[in-house]
Design a protein around this ligand. Structure first.
Ligand SMILES: Cc1ncc(COP(=O)(O)O)c(C=O)c1O
Length: 460
């Protein structure tokens, strides 16, 4: 009887143990199953999965693309690894002595980039549109008349801002294939005997059309008319890729952004300001707070800013200044851009396609806008090129949407990057059924291989 009891106890304990083991095993299985499920879900939601995700709003997922993306839009441009590394540092106290040195280096270095000896460069944590607004509100008063030129989409957008601030815009219409006509500037200012026009505002390099206006000629026109208007120029897609000579050209306010020739990510913008514009700002009556030069001037004296600056982008800016001014040298930077622009135009002509810019002396050295043959949409061509070759080109904007694609050849760029870009376009033209002639890439390579294929045209 005792033995029977012991046997029962033994069996019962055994059963308990088995049950416990089973439970642990089952829990493990559930846990494993849950982990698997999580991994599966993560994989399905991951952008590198090629799986079509049915539970995530049925969106097709982007598949992993080997190799580097070609970012050949006319800005933002490719950011060199050196600049990325410079940005990738701990953010410091923006009231410290270390920051003051950074602020000072950037403020002084930017004067060299703008070729501005007197006056001041204001640096904003903003995109170019902010700096457009800053130029207006610091120099003008409600109801002031300004002379503007319809050279393309960016000129049109800037005009809207001016009108929003109650300025009276005297707009000279344009065909988007030419730059500012300095004869018109002279005629308009000569007519304005009472000096009602307070500023001539133009875009140096129209990023939507690939047309560069001759700012030196605009200056001469203002001087010939003996007119006191301020000269306010958008150099957003020309600075540090096409020569901008603020002192020589008597530009009163130059408006720029970080994401083009300066090779930085978007996020910084600039007003480079002459002494004449600084004086005008003391009389200007448009309301301003964030954009006020006055507050900035005071803080900048010691390398600081009146509000929290974009510290890490300033690290990047210091690196960019070093590369452009002290290492490659600005004149070499401009020569490099001229050479790549001319090689691109040779390719376009060899393809039998048409440049949007009609005037050779106004060809842009930072981008080329190409007209599509009638009946062919640029958006489709760009889509094919992006999907097949991982290469982004600029879209047609505003009035030329659908009819023009833009090749950005500015910023951190070299011969092989240009050849790769042109290869992508030539293959894309073929694959999307656009009528063209082969041989654009070969034409560009021939040009680049010439012993000294520098474009001797200087920017006036
Ligand atoms: C000539 C020009 N002006 C102004 C802008 C507007 O600058 P953001 O887009 O940085 O505000 C751009 C942008 O590409 C531009 O190319």
């Amino acid at each position: 009887m005792k033995a029977l009891c012991r046997l029962k106890l033994f069996i019962a304990r055994g059963l308990c143990l088995s049950l416990k083991c089973f439970c642990i095993f089952a829990c493990n299985q559930i846990y494993c199953f849950r982990s698997d499920l999580c991994i599966l879900l993560l994989l399905r939601m991951s952008p590198i999965s090629t799986v079509r995700n049915s539970s995530y709003m049925n969106r097709p997922l982007v598949s992993y693309r080997s190799g580097r993306h070609f970012l050949q839009i006319p800005g933002p441009t490719n950011v060199p690894d050196r600049i990325l590394r410079a940005i990738d540092r701990p953010t410091i106290d923006h009231r410290s002595a270390e920051f003051a040195r950074l602020g000072h280096d950037c403020l002084e270095g930017m004067k060299a980039i703008f070729k501005l000896s007197r006056g001041h460069v204001f640096i904003y944590p903003a995109s170019g549109t902010g700096a457009w607004e800053a130029a207006i509100v610091n120099t003008l008063s409600p109801g002031d008349r300004v002379l503007m030129f319809e050279t393309g989409q960016f000129a049109a957008l800037w005009r809207n801002i001016a009108e929003n601030f109650g300025l009276v815009v005297d707009l000279v219409p344009g065909d988007w294939r030419h730059g500012v006509d300095s004869n018109v500037v002279e005629a308009k200012l000569t007519e304005d005997a009472r000096h009602a026009i307070k500023a001539v505002m133009c875009v140096h390099n129209e990023t939507s059309t690939g047309v560069t206006s001759q700012i030196g000629e605009v200056r001469r026109a203002i001087d010939s008319a003996r007119h006191p208007a301020l000269l306010i120029v958008d150099v957003i897609s020309s600075l540090a890729s096409i020569d901008c000579r603020q002192d020589d050209w008597g530009v009163d306010v130059a408006v720029a952004g970080s994401q083009k020739g300066l090779m930085l990510p978007p996020g910084l913008s600039f007003n480079a300001v002459s002494e004449k514009a600084l004086a005008a700002s003391t009389l200007a009556r448009l309301p301003r707070a964030f954009w006020s030069w006055e507050n900035m001037l005071e803080a900048n004296k010691s390398g600081f800013f009146p509000y929290t600056p974009a510290t890490n982008l300033l690290y990047g800016l210091r690196e960019s200044i070093s590369m452009l001014v002290y290492e490659e040298g600005l004149e070499n930077v401009f020569r490099r851009h001229r050479r790549h622009a001319e090689a691109t135009r040779q390719a376009v002509r060899a393809w039998g396609l048409e440049l949007l810019c009609l005037e050779p002396r106004e060809f842009s050295n930072s981008l080329t806008a190409v007209l599509m043959p009638d009946g062919f949409d640029e958006a489709n061509l760009r889509r094919v090129i992006l999907e097949e070759f991982n290469l982004s080109l600029g879209a047609g904007l505003g009035k030329v949407k659908g009819r023009v694609f833009r090749i950005g050849h500015l910023g951190d760029f070299n011969d092989l990057m240009l050849c790769g870009t042109l290869c992508g376009i030539e293959m894309g033209l073929e694959r999307s059924g656009v009528p063209f002639r082969q041989g654009g890439v070969a034409a560009a390579m021939n040009y680049l291989n010439r012993r000294d294929p520098m474009d001797s045209r200087s920017d006036t």
